[in-house]
Design a protein around this ligand. Structure first.
Ligand code: AMP
Length: 220
């Protein structure tokens, strides 16, 4: 199963991607997580990526594509993946189709998580993430059992630098300009499935799995 998750920052892509990956036994591939990992190395490439991320801008396509290509070439991604935060531009979507076509595969479904802007801002300002397993928590609606500690692996949670209000506004603008056109890209290919991203994590997950399970010809 090769799944793309679309939707604005704060729509719940990260949270749901982790759960979908468990359910369909495929890796969760988040370009945001990969980039944060690269940034932590403090190399020239890491510092370059950080300069875009801190401003809420997209990291250049060629750098992100190179990192994605390396990740998808790993053994665990052969059976499929849940892509979270990629593609974010039309050239990225086209490049992804090309990378997959080279190995005789294609995207099965693009789930478009839809959430009103007011809710996005609330969610992002209350978000904390686990650096180890990638799980995210809403500190108001679904906090971890122990303050700022991941329920799953006990790692201390962190709040992202780019979840500050001024950067959130910038990221939403970037989404509208650069990522929103992907909805049409996948719609034109018959792969788009809109999903209401409001409600509990379980409710949203169920809507997503219903949409995936309705994809014709897929073994689950
Ligand atoms: P995310 O964790 O998906 O919200 O991504 C955090 C930041 O990483 C974004 O605001 C971008 O600066 C950068 N980023 C993540 N994925 C991509 C991508 N596919 N293309 C360009 N930049 C990306």
């Amino acid at each position: 199963m090769r799944i793309v998750l679309l939707g604005p920052p704060g729509a719940g892509k990260g949270t749901q991607a982790v759960r979908l990956a468990e359910r369909y036994e495929v890796p969760h591939v988040s370009t945001g997580d990969i980039l944060r990992f690269v940034v932590a190395w403090k190399t020239e490439i890491g510092l370059l990526a950080k300069s875009y991320m801190d401003e809420g801008e997209l990291v250049p396509d060629d750098l992100v594509l190179e990192l994605l290509r390396i990740r998808l070439a790993q053994d665990d991604a052969r059976v499929g993946f849940v892509l979270d935060g990629f593609p974010r531009t039309l050239p990225q979507a086209e490049a992804l189709d090309k990378i997959l076509a080279e190995i005789g595969h294609a995207i099965d479904v693009a789930l478009d998580l839809r959430v009103p802007t007011e809710l996005i801002v609330l969610r992002l300002s209350a978000r904390a993430s686990c650096p180890t397993c990638g799980r995210t928590y809403n500190l108001l609606a679904s906090p971890p059992k122990e303050d700022m500690i991941c329920n799953r692996d006990g790692s201390p949670l962190f709040q992202r630098d780019d979840d500050r209000p001024e950067v959130i506004t910038q990221r939403l603008g970037v989404f509208q300009r650069q990522t929103f056109p992907l909805v049409k890209y996948y719609e034109d290919r018959g792969l788009l499935r809109p999903v209401d991203g409001q409600g509990s994590e379980d409710e949203v997950l169920e809507r997503m799995t219903d949409a995936i399970d309705a994809v014709p010809g897929k073994v689950r």
